[in-house]
Design a protein around this ligand. Structure first.
Ligand SMILES: [Zn+2]
Ligand SMILES: [Zn+2]
Length: 245
């Protein structure tokens, strides 16, 4: 643990002592996200497209995936990005609330337990270093860490990275999103053992669970999948906390 992380955690614990946390949604319960609010978040319910995971009118595969099958084994999301779920994720990403990772990841762990996906390694969608520096943390990485601990899957480190800073995807249509993130990710070659403190996990032959907070068109997940496949991944399933469509 770095000195900065230790300092952040210590000051957070002190703040919790002085100002006990309250639920970011109902403001009533004395936890950052209470069970009642978590229970209330809108779930992605079947029938869903077996590939992209979007709700369908009953079809096994949605028209979009039938026309152009995405280059990913499939995508599953737990919540619809609506109501309380939207608010909580907003607090998590933009409100400097990294500790929301644990209650939010518990929803992903519950989903996983009920409908496991074929995977033996978790990889999180990386932020560009500059953006991570601004925010102080990568929300996808925090979710992936918590989920990995809950379901007992290892997490890949220092492997997938963003090779360039991309525009914020909000306001872009599906085609623009795909262009925006194309070739924006790459896997660094694996390093055996420790090299200047940086261990990198080998992707070759692994069944990847690619974790992100929100899936909108799937463009980011597909772009990451290309990089993971190039590095030899056997399969890639996208798994996100919420679906925005
Ligand atoms: Zn609450
Ligand atoms: Zn689909």
């Amino acid at each position: 643990m770095s000195v900065a992380t230790l300092f952040r955690q210590t000051s957070q614990n002190l703040l919790n002592l002085l100002f006990p946390p309250h639920c970011v949604i109902c403001s009533q319960a004395a936890t950052l996200l209470c069970d009642a609010c978590l229970e209330d978040f809108p779930r992605v319910l079947p029938p869903i497209c077996q590939i992209c995971g979007r709700p369908t009118d009953g079809a096994a595969v949605c028209p979009s995936c039938r026309q152009t099958p995405p280059a990913i084994n499939g995508i599953r999301s737990v919540l619809m990005l609506q109501n309380g779920a939207r608010q909580a994720i907003h607090h998590f990403k933009f409100g400097n609330r990294p500790s929301l990772a644990a209650p939010l990841a518990s929803l992903m762990a519950d989903y996983w337990t009920a409908s496991p996906l074929q995977a033996d390694l978790i990889v999180s969608v990386p932020l560009h270093v500059a953006r991570q520096r601004e925010r102080g943390y990568n929300q996808a990485h925090l979710l992936a860490c918590a989920l990995g601990q809950m379901v007992g899957l290892p997490l890949a480190t220092n492997t997938l990275r963003r090779t360039r800073r991309t525009r914020v995807q909000v306001g872009l249509d599906a085609t623009q999103r795909h262009v925006n993130v194309r070739d924006a990710f790459a896997c660094q070659a694996p390093v055996r053992g420790e090299v200047s403190g940086q261990h990198r996990t080998t992707i070759e032959g692994r069944q990847i669970l690619l974790v992100d907070d929100v899936c909108t068109t799937g463009a980011t997940l597909v772009a990451c999948t290309m990089a993971l496949r190039e590095a030899g991944a056997a399969t890639v399933w996208g798994f996100t906390l919420a679906h925005a469509r």
